[in-house]
Design a protein around this ligand. Structure first.
Ligand code: MTE
Ligand code: MO
Length: 198
């Protein structure tokens, strides 16, 4: 005798409508780093944004915490196909950091302690879409996951969420980051499966 669960056969393995195509759910929090974990203390931590005209603003740790802090619950999707739903973070939005900066730039190149870079359009950092996150699940962000602070851009594949974030450089021209130079998609929308340049 065989038991056939209605609807089981012939369906794509989509466990949730929240899961982009080709992704599976994980409960763990895998660590994916292209190099060793830089150990940066909050005392030495610094973050800067430089516009296309060369205007530069910097924040130390206290200045970051003095900005409005937000709690966000978001789904994250790694190009290696794991997704985690409803992850909880605390951080400062890029809107708050960009508030008094004048720019007409279209592109951003994000830089990290340790040398990692990733690129995205400036629009994808604004309007409540990106944060500098320093807490995960009510705890300080662990060094392996980018502590003391990382970029969080959950609507794009997770390689855009630069750990140990240190700088953003705005430009009129698109400059590719570390993985983008190695063949990953320049934009990386998980819902359109923009994994690699074909
Ligand atoms: N600085 C830095 N940021 C990084 C990476 C990295 O190697 N270095 N890896 C990226 C990739 S490919 C992914 S999937 C996520 C992994 O974050 P996690 O280790 O917290 O899961 O970080 C992204 N940010
Ligand atoms: Mo990744």
């Amino acid at each position: 005798m065989s038991i056939i669960t209605p609807g089981f056969f012939g369906r794509p393995r989509r466990e949730s409508a929240d899961l982009p195509p080709g992704q599976y759910l994980t409960e763990d929090f895998p660590v994916l780093s292209a190099g060793p974990t830089p150990h940066v203390t909050t005392d030495e931590w610094e973050f800067s944004i430089t516009t296309e005209t060369g205007e530069r603003r910097t924040w130390d740790w206290q200045q970051l915490l003095d900005l409005p802090v937000e709690d966000v619950t978001v789904d994250i999707h790694c190009v290696t196909r794991w997704s985690k739903l409803r992850t909880r973070w605390r951080g400062v939005s890029l809107d708050a950091l960009m508030a008094d900066l004048e720019t007409d730039a279209d592109f951003a190149l994000v830089g990290s302690y340790g040398g990692y870079t990733t690129n995205l359009p400036l629009d994808d950092l604004l309007d409540g879409k990106a944060w500098i996150a320093f807490e995960y699940d009510d705890d300080d962000l662990e060094p392996e996951h980018g502590g003391p602070a990382r970029l969080l851009v959950p609507h794009l594949y997770f390689w855009k969420s630069a750990k140990w974030v240190n700088s953003i450089t705005l430009s009129d021209v698109e400059e590719l980051g570390f993985w983008e130079n190695a063949g990953y998609h320049a934009y990386g929308d998980p819902w359109r499966e923009q994994r690699y340049w074909e």
